[in-house]
Design a protein around this ligand. Structure first.
Ligand SMILES: Nc1ncnc2c1ncn2[C@@H]1O[C@H](COP(=O)(O)OP(=O)(O)OP(=O)(O)O)[C@@H](O)[C@H]1O
Ligand SMILES: [Mg+2]
Length: 316
């Protein structure tokens, strides 16, 4: 087993059985995350993200397959020594303050007593949870509790962060802050494995993205590898008079004025007509760029083109 992988998963499968029915929540999942990488784990509700994370942390035992964290089989407690985990639904004692909670988690993570105060304050500050660290957790909002959960994951200064929907419940400003925090951790060389439904954020921060659908891995690669060129072109032009702009609106979508410029999106079949129109009217074509799919569009394409799995397949 090579140890350069922060996470190595081979053939991980879990079959839940209740009464006479069985359900394969994760099916033959294999992937590797290299040390220092930021990997997004994407999938619809019920796709198997949290179940996979729980198997990685050995909260639940797979039916088949194995996983290693830094080369240590995940069923061994020492596999979790380098891991900071942020759960999907954090439950903390309501009467503790974030500062008290983090001190307890620092002790669990093996932080020496003389370093605890420093580590706790650092984690609170990094997770932007320092300004309410003296209030009981039971009195904090959902987004504030999310930040406490992140601080809890950071307090032991782990090399590998496993974050299950870290941006869940955060307002747009807090989401950007969360992304900035992850960027800082990434620049520190940490490995980050995060599940998320915020594909725009994932696209900005992740080196690679794994897409899971009905328990099966459909795609794993850099956002640039997963997205394709579309048949849409973005046109930017100057010196576009009102008549030409009107014609442009019939040939293009999203036509808008931006200062001296007109920006428009058109389909491949109309590109010649649009450029010809601009040239004839002596408008200046500044740029003509083919649009790539967003990660969200690629995700939808990949998931929607996946073979339909019947319940019988799922139990296989
Ligand atoms: N203990 C369990 N017993 C039976 N089925 C379970 C159990 N835990 C999870 N499942 C099922 O496994 C599937 C995957 O669930 P999981 O929580 O991993 O999804 P997820 O990808 O994390 O979804 P979400 O985005 O909603 O968090 C779901 O169909 C879920 O109902
Ligand atoms: Mg989940």
């Amino acid at each position: 087993m090579q140890t350069r992988h922060a996470i190595q998963i081979e053939g991980l499968t879990i079959v839940y059985t209740s009464r006479k029915q069985s359900y394969t929540a994760v099916h033959d999942l294999s992937l590797q995350v290299t040390d220092g990488e930021t990997v997004g784990f994407l999938g619809a509700n019920g796709a198997g993200k949290t179940t996979t994370i729980k198997m990685l942390l050995h909260f639940i035992t797979p039916t088949r397959g194995r996983a290693w964290l830094y080369g240590v089989p995940c069923e061994q407690p020492r596999a979790r020594q380098k891991v900071g985990y942020m759960p999907e639904q954090p439950y903390f004692p309501r009467y503790l303050t974030p500062r008290e909670l983090l001190a307890a988690h620092a002790a669990l993570a093996g932080v020496p007593a003389h370093e605890t105060k420093y580590r706790v304050e650092l984690a609170l500050e990094l997770a932007r949870a320092d300004h309410f660290a003296h209030r009981p957790i039971g009195k904090l909002s959902k987004g504030m509790t999310q930040r406490v959960a992140l601080a809890q994951a950071l307090v032991g200064n782990p090399q590998l962060l496993i974050l299950d929907e870290p941006a869940s419940g955060l307002d747009p400003v807090s989401r950007v802050e969360m992304r900035n925090v992850l960027q800082v951790l990434k620049e520190q060389g940490k490995t980050i494995f995060l599940s998320s439904h915020h594909l725009g954020e994932v696209e900005l921060i992740c080196d690679r993205v794994a897409i899971i659908h009905q328990g099966r891995l459909l795609a794993f690669g850099a956002p640039d590898e997963l997205t394709q060129q579309t048949d849409r072109y973005v046109i930017i032009a100057e010196k576009v008079n009102a008549d030409v702009e009107r014609t442009l609106r019939s040939l293009c979508s999203n036509v808008r004025r931006d200062g001296f410029q007109v920006v428009a999106v058109t389909h491949q079949e109309q590109v010649y007509e649009v450029t010809h129109l601009l040239a004839k009217a002596q408008a200046h074509l500044i740029s003509l760029v083919q649009q790539r799919e967003t990660l969200e569009e690629a995700f939808l394409r990949i998931v929607q083109s996946a073979p339909v799995t019947t319940f019988a397949d799922k139990a296989a």
